[in-house]
Design a protein around this ligand. Structure first.
Ligand code: PGA
Length: 210
């Protein structure tokens, strides 16, 4: 499984250019690829790719109603099958805590969305119902210094042992050059890619090498 996290990047014009190149570059393959663009681009993505290849980057813990600025599960489910929950940037900049994140997992799962739950190590609590976990050491995110595959494998194995999850991804400075060193590991089922997913050529290479 290869997940792209665009974070707060790209306008509609830029996303359309990316999709044009990506659809030409990416070859038929059996890997699960999920792209998580900002909310503003979900609609455009859903016109170009199947729902099973699209994810959101967060979700409201509230339902429909008077919650200014929030985007709820039903609104996301029209455009995407997955949602990233608990990314360290949301924990830090938006002060999302373990209790709120557990609530988000609950409402997302109830709406039929599949959470991709981010943890910083095997100490981070994983809420009930999570099937896909992404292990992302904070220091490796956007730093160009990835975790060693051997240590990521150890942590992935511990996460699987401790929680009833199906897939553990590795995230943090994944590139076309290092992706295979992670995906070849027994307990690592794929990668979560930030910066390197913003270029469609690079991201297509990551998929090919994974
Ligand atoms: P990065 O980000 O690939 O740019 O290190 C990964 C992430 O934060 O999900």
């Amino acid at each position: 499984m290869i997940v792209a996290n665009w974070k707060s990047n790209k306008t509609l014009v830029e996303a359309k250019q990316w999709l044009g190149v990506y659809k030409q570059q990416v070859e038929e393959n059996k890997k699960t690829v999920v792209i998580c663009p900002p909310f503003t681009l979900l609609s455009a993505f859903s016109q170009e790719l199947p729902l099973e290849q699209i994810g959101a980057q967060t979700v409201s813990s509230f339902g429909m109603g008077a919650y200014t600025g929030e985007i709820n599960t039903a609104q996301i489910a029209e455009f995407a099958a997955y949602v990233i929950i608990g990314h360290s940037e949301r924990r830090e900049y938006c002060r999302e805590d373990d209790a709120l994140l557990a609530e988000k997992v609950k409402v997302a799962t109830q709406a039929g969305l599949t959470p991709i739950f981010c943890v910083q190590g095997n100490e981070t609590p994983v809420p009930q119902g999570v099937k896909i976990v992404a292990y992302e050491p904070i220091w490796a995110i956007g730093s160009g210094k990835a975790e060693t595959p051997e240590h990521a494998e150890e942590v992935a194995a511990e996460i699987m042992k401790k929680n009833n999850v199906e897939v553990v991804l590795y995230g943090g400075s994944v590139s076309a050059d290092n992706v295979h060193s992670f995906t070849q590991m027994e307990h690592i089922g794929g990668v979560l890619v930030g910066g390197a997913s913003l270029d469609p050529h690079t991201f297509s290479q990551i998929i090919a090498h994974a």
